[in-house]
Design a protein around this ligand. Structure first.
Ligand code: ADP
Length: 571
């Protein structure tokens, strides 16, 4: 690549933006990976690649997002993460697709609206159970970390003063040395359109720190597995029989424990796969459309003593504080892997020598607006009008020459196509930027031609992998990027992610390119939806929910065994 004395080719550092609540582990991992922290005082307003915050974004943030940017939340996902909304969506799905498919969700009533229905169910159960007690759990719809939760067996103990759900209390949990536990499963929805779900193969198992005892429903440290509850408990630091100190295991340790007990952990994991997909499907059609965003959810799953997984709730912005060594090992890698999954790459740009007043190391961005024919390309300091030269196509590379009118003067530069992908656009932009700054024209032109011809194999991009290509899809004559196709075999369990770890290259996945498939894995994230050709096809041109459910039903039926003959426990 040619350079002149005023310019050099460098990789632009990726930039992350945070707010005061962004978890430390996210910032630290990004810094470790060589990212820079966004500084609004010296950087352009849009000069960042990832904005990570704990709370949701405003719709305006979503509509203003630039092609090179990603937000860590999708709009409208409280449908999943607010306990009452989730209950409503799951109930709807039970009604339409059958209660057995959604049997992983404990029966739930939304208070105060469902009070009468709840009393009817409570009375019906009392009659069936006779003198045996029935157990219910009452949870504020909008609170988290175990706050405001109470367990009761007598209707007269039910008290609520805010939006609340009353749920069947799973009173036969799987216990380890009589300690209750639940699983924190991490799920990344890389997009809702098309629906793309990754399940993290590692996770956390959270223990209650006092022995399970139904005769005392008031002891939160025996009934709730939230670490925020248990870390303040008297037994937290003790070396507890069968569990050890603290209140967390890694998911892999738990699954190895089950395997040791002759439990079919593979079957259990498949059931969890289905539970995750079916839960997300319940909200997918109603989530507003937005590109360049993803969501990391924390699914809380309780396993009962028959090894049936139950969905307790889905967490928005699952806790990322590092309270113990288990947290450190799981959550740090989780963030590394999510960044891998998002396929951020640095942009190769021509770094011109510092202009007076320009902060060093900060790259002005070039934005494109306008119609297909005439577009305006502007930086913070310059602008120019661009027209695509008619009839001047370079047959060898299907490229185009672009006329640039700048303050009455005309320049011509080379573009890879009349319909460049975003990657190509950003490559052109960087060169236009040089041109706008009055850099040596001839050298730039030559460098630009070379530059374009090697793209994208040797050029990286800051574009996240699921970007909308602004004007048409990647031209077929351009160097191929869909070289690696994922084969969907089945909904599979990947207990060992070793084979995934070896493959670091992720196939870019462009939303607008209908032929592309999502990458199959990144780090310990494994694609669980779409899971075969039929479900992939059912996500094209909107989500064909009926078809997807039909496919899923086939898998679920294969593993649905009457409770009495449940084979999760190997014989
Ligand atoms: P929060 O958002 O406050 O964490 P959860 O729904 O996750 O609320 O409940 C907190 C804890 O209470 C869970 O981690 C679990 O230990 C226990 N729990 C919640 N629902 C049930 C249930 N239906 N059956 C048994 N235990 C439950």
């Amino acid at each position: 690549m040619m350079t002149d004395e005023n310019s050099e080719i460098m990789l632009k550092p990726l930039v992350f933006r945070v707010d005061e609540n962004t978890p430390e582990v996210v910032k630290n991992v990004l810094l470790e990976r060589g990212w820079n922290k966004y500084n609004e005082d010296v950087q352009d307003v849009a000069d960042w690649n990832l904005y990570w915050r704990t709370s949701a974004f405003r719709m305006i943030d979503h509509s203003n997002v630039k092609p090179w940017q990603r937000l860590n939340h999708h709009p409208g996902t409280t449908r999943l993460t607010r306990k009452d909304y989730l209950a409503r969506h799951l109930k709807y799905m039970k009604g339409v697709y059958g209660a057995s498919l959604y049997a992983f969700s404990p029966i739930t009533f939304i208070m105060p609206n469902d009070y009468i229905k709840f009393v009817a169910e409570y009375s019906r159960e009392k009659e069936v159970l006779g003198t045996k007690p029935s157990y219910w759990i009452c949870k504020p719809a909008e609170l988290s970390r175990g706050r405001g939760i109470m367990i009761f067996s007598d209707l007269k103990d039910l008290i609520f003063d805010c939006a609340t759900v009353v749920q069947k209390y799973i009173s036969n949990p799987f216990l380890i040395a009589r300690y209750k536990c639940d699983l924190r499963i991490y799920v990344c929805v890389a997009g809702f359109r098309p629906l793309t779900i990754y399940l993290y193969q590692e996770g956390l198992v959270r223990f209650a720190t006092e022995k399970f005892d139904l005769s005392n429903l008031k002891n939160n440290c025996a009934h709730l597995t939230n670490s925020s509850v248990n870390k303040t408990g008297a037994s937290y630091k003790e070396n507890k029989e069968g569990v050890g100190r603290g209140c967390k295991w890694t998911l892999s340790k738990f699954l190895a424990y089950l395997r040791n007990q002759d439990v079919d952990d593979l079957l259990l994991w498949q059931k969890i796969n289905h539970l995750v997909i079916l839960t997300i499907l319940s909200i997918a059609p109603s989530v507003p459309s937005a590109s360049n965003c993803f969501d990391l959810f924390g699914f809380d799953v309780l396993i009962d003593d028959k090894f049936k997984p139950w969905l307790l709730e889905v967490n928005f912005s699952p806790g990322l504080s590092l309270d113990c060594s288990t947290d450190v090992s799981v959550k740090r890698k989780l963030i590394h892997d999510i960044i891998e999954l998002m396929h951020f790459k640095q942009t190769c740009l021509r770094k011109t020598k510092k202009e007076p007043g320009e902060a060093s190391g900060h790259w002005p961005h070039v934005s494109w607006t306008g119609s297909d024919k005439d577009r305006v390309c502007e930086t913070s300091k310059h602008w120019c009008k661009i027209s695509w030269a008619e009839g001047k196509q370079d047959h060898e590379t299907a490229g185009q020459w672009i006329n640039i009118s700048q303050f009455g003067q005309k320049s011509i530069i080379y573009a890879p196509s009349r319909h460049p992908s975003h990657n190509q656009e950003s490559c052109i932009s960087s060169n236009i930027f040089s041109l706008l700054q009055g850099k040596a024209y001839n050298n730039d032109l030559i460098a630009l031609q070379k530059n374009v011809k090697v793209f994208p194999k040797e050029m990286s991009t800051a574009k996240p992998k699921e970007m909308k290509v602004s004007r048409g899809s990647v031209p077929s004559a351009f160097p191929k990027i869909r070289n690696k196709q994922t084969t969907f075999k089945s909904l599979r369990y990947s207990p060992s992610s070793e084979s995934h770890k070896k493959k670091k290259n992720i196939t870019p996945y462009f939303l607008s390119d209908k032929g592309m498939r999502p990458c199959s894995h990144a780090g310990d994230f494994v694609l669980i939806f779409p899971f075969n050709e039929a479900t992939l096809a059912a996500t094209k041109n909107g989500l064909d929910l009926k078809k997807v459910i039909h496919e899923l039903q086939r898998f679920v039926n294969r593993q649905t065994i009457p409770e009495a003959e449940d084979k999760t426990k190997k014989t």
